[in-house]
Ligand binder design. Structure first.
Ligand SMILES: [Zn+2]
Length: 297
C-alpha cells in the first residue's frame, strides 16, 4: 500500500490494503473531463488518498471487494453491468449470488461482516461492449463474464492499459465459485483479453504487470484445463458422487481451511467443472446419480 502509482498522465493505480489480497482489491483512477474510478474495494485509507474525486464509479462486478467503498464517494454516479447490478443494490441478492446460503447457518452473516459488505445504488446499468468518451481519452468496456455474469474488463486504448479486474492472474484463480459463475465463459474471457494489444495489465489482486502478458494469460487459462484433468483422473478410478470427488480437492489441488469456506467453494467450482466436462462429452451422470467418464472419450 502507499501513494497512488501513476501509469500515465491522469491514470493512477490505487493499491489495495493487504497488497490487494481479498477482501481488498486494487482500483484504477482515470482523470479526464470525466474522472472515473474503477472499483472501490482498496480500503478506506487508500481510497482516502485518491488524487481526484471521481464523477463516476464503475464497479467491475458485484463482489464487495470491488464495491465496498462506493459509499465514500456519495456525489459520484455508480455504474455497473446490468447483469450484476441487482447484487450491488441488494444484500439479499448478493448473499444468494455469492453462494453464502450454502456455507451453513450463520455463515452468511460472518462473511458479510468479514468483507464489510455495503449495499450501493447503481445509477446506470451498462450493456458492456461499449466505448465511453471521457474527454481526451476513450475507455473501452470489455465484457469478461465467468467470474460473475456481469464481470467487466476495461481498456484505455491510447495508453495501452488493460484493467482485467478478477481475471486476476493470481495463482489462486481462475475463481468461479459463485452459483452463477461459469468456467467456459471464464476461459472465453481470458482468450478475449489476450487479444487486446495491451502494453500493461492492472489486475485487481495482482497489481501492475508489464512482462509476458499473453503467456501469463495463457498459463492462467490452462489452470482450468489442469482442473479438468484432475477430475478425469479421479473418474478414471470409477464412478463417483460429487461429494466423493470433492474430498480429493481436484479444483484447489489441496485441502484448504476453513473447510466451511474453501470446501463450499471447492464443491461449487467442481459442479461447474463437471458441467463443463459434460458439455464436452467427456463425463456423464450415471443412472445412480454418480458421475462417470464416457467410454472412449
Ligand atoms: Zn470478484
Amino acid at each position: 500500500m502507499g501513494e497512488p502509482v501513476s501509469l500515465a498522465e491522469g491514470v493512477n493505480v490505487i493499491h489495495g490494503e493487504l497488497r490487494g489480497r481479498f477482501p481488498y482489491a486494487h482500483a484504477l483512477l482515470i482523470q479526464d473531463d470525466m474522472t472515473v474510478l474503477i472499483d472501490t474495494g482498496a480500503g478506506d485509507r487508500p481510497l482516502g488518498s485518491v488524487p481526484a474525486t471521481p464523477d463516476v464509479i464503475i464497479n467491475s462486478h458485484f463482489h464487495a471487494d470491488h464495491t465496498r467503498g462506493n459509499r465514500l464517494f456519495p456525489d459520484a454516479a455508480v455504474w455497473a453491468a446490468a447483469e450484476d447490478a441487482p447484487a450491488i443494490r441488494s444484500e439479499d441478492e448478493f448473499v444468494t449470488r455469492a453462494g453464502y446460503t450454502r456455507m451453513g447457518p450463520g455463515r452468511a452473516r460472518l462473511m458479510l461482516d468479514w468483507i464489510e459488505h455495503a449495499e450501493s445504488r447503481v445509477d446506470r446499468e451498462l450493456a458492456g461492449d461499449e466505448v465511453l468518451e471521457l474527454g481526451r481519452r476513450k475507455l473501452r468496456l470489455i465484457p469478461a463474464p465467468g467470474h460473475t455474469p456481469g464481470h467487466l474488463a476495461f481498456y484505455l486504448e491510447r495508453e495501452g492499459i488493460l484493467f482485467t479486474a478478477d481475471v486476476d492472474l493470481t495463482s489462486f484463480g481462475p475463481w468461479y465459485a459463485n452459483p452463477g459463475s461459469d468456467p467456459d465463459q471464464f476461459e472465453d474471457s481470458i482468450r478475449r483479453l489476450a487479444e487486446v494489444p495491451a502494453r500493461l495489465i492492472v489486475s485487481a489482486h495482482k497489481g501492475i504487470l508489464r512482462e509476458e502478458l499473453p503467456r501469463r494469460l495463457e498459463m492462467y487459462r490452462a489452470v482450468i484445463d489442469a482442473r479438468d484433468q484432475r477430475c478425469l483422473e479421479l473418474l478414471a478410478r470409477g464412478p463417483a458422487t460429487l461429494g466423493q470427488l470433492a474430498r480429493h480437492w481436484p479444483i484447489h489441488g489441496r485441502p484448504l481451511q476453513p473447510g466451511w469456506l474453501y470446501g463450499t467453494w471447492e464443491r461449487i467450482m467442481l459442479e461447474h467443472q463437471l458441467v463443463r466436462l459434460q458439455r464436452r462429452g467427456l463425463v456423464r451422470a450415471g443412472e445412480d446419480g454418480r458421475m462417470e467418464r464416457v467410454a472412449g472419450a
